[in-house]
Design a protein around this ligand. Structure first.
Ligand code: HEC
Length: 282
């Protein structure tokens, strides 16, 4: 629970619909488990399992939706942020739904162990005594995570150095011999434009609007923004590649923009196409 609140409140990642279902199933467990363990309630597994099994189902579905093409189109879940937006991608597999899935799995397994231990005894429900020692440990862990999170959030807000934005030399496809203020970068070809339009509506439109008009609380307007017209092509490419954390010093809305739109593997060429398309509105 603290982890997911950290992602949404501190990192500024907007939860999608499926994330909300997982939260609805996960958050009550924090209280249920704490009270159940304290009261040594042997019925606890029967209260917890419906939540944890359902939650696990949603997480598995969400993870497969993000990581495989079999379950539907990228924007298959409603308005707002799409369910396939990948906010974190540690080691190429660890996404937020995977973390939720692990959480639900640990809880489910724990409950199954308790049921097994209960029925393995004299066959009498209620004889199993819950150990109480995990409770203070868990409380300590939660408080610790909370303190660490607040400390880190403070650091991010107050002392993060400028973001690691690639220089022109890192972007080999840009013609350095040309005057960057005079030329619009690579000449947009019709196919680049069409690609850009398709990619934009898949990866960006859910937050920035189908015609760059922006969406409240999700993404800024791009079509008529003086800020966007002031960005050079390479600055815009760097921004699209790296995203912008909610706490970054140059963030203007307090909402995070995910790196590479909604999918971690946009190629440089695809980003050029998107930039061409977005610039065509200016
Ligand atoms: C999950 C929502 C989300 C998605 C998806 C997203 N963005 Fe953003 N984008 C944002 C937010 C929020 C900001 C504003 C960040 C700030 O406050 O500085 C932003 C800022 C920008 C900016 C700078 C303009 C400004 O007003 O700060 C550009 C350009 C941009 N996005 C382009 C894109 C492109 C191109 C894509 C698709 C590849 C994309 N974004 C996908 C949320 C999103």
């Amino acid at each position: 629970m603290m982890g997911s609140l950290y992602f949404s409140e501190v990192s500024g990642f907007t939860p999608c619909t499926l994330c909300w279902y997982q939260r609805i199933l996960m958050y009550p467990l924090a209280g249920l488990l704490a009270f159940g363990i304290l009261r040594r309630d042997s019925h606890l597994p029967h209260l917890v399992l419906p939540f944890s099994l359902l939650g696990q189902g949603v997480s598995v579905y969400h993870f497969l939706l993000q990581k495989t093409p079999y379950l539907g189109s990228p924007s298959s879940c409603g308005v707002g942020v799409t369910c396939t937006t990948v906010w974190i991608d540690w080691f190429g597999v660890v996404t937020i739904p995977l973390l939720a899935m692990a959480g639900f799995m640990i809880i489910t397994t724990g409950m199954l162990i308790v049921i097994a231990a209960d029925s393995g005894g004299a066959g009498m429900i209620g004889t199993y005594r819950w150990p109480r020692w995990p409770v203070p440990l868990i409380v300590l862990a939660v408080v610790g995570i909370y303190l660490a999170g607040s400390y880190r959030a403070g650091k991010v807000y107050f002392s993060l150095p400028a973001m690691d934005i690639p220089t022109l030399e890192d972007l080999p496809f840009i013609d350095l011999s040309a005057d960057p203020t005079a030329t619009p970068g690579p000449t947009p070809t019709p196919t680049s434009m069409e690609n850009g339009e398709a990619l934009y509506s898949q990866q960006c439109a859910s937050c920035h609007g189908e015609n760059g008009e922006g969406a409240d609380g999700l993404g800024t307007a791009l079509a008529d923004s003086p800020y966007v017209s002031g960005l050079t092509d390479s600055e815009m490419m760097a921004l699209i590649r790296n995203g912008r954390a909610a706490g970054a010093p140059d963030n203007r809305t307090g909402v995070a923009m995910p790196g590479s739109g909604a999918s971690a593997n946009l190629t440089d060429e695809q980003i050029v196409d998107i930039v061409n398309y977005v610039k065509s509105w200016q």
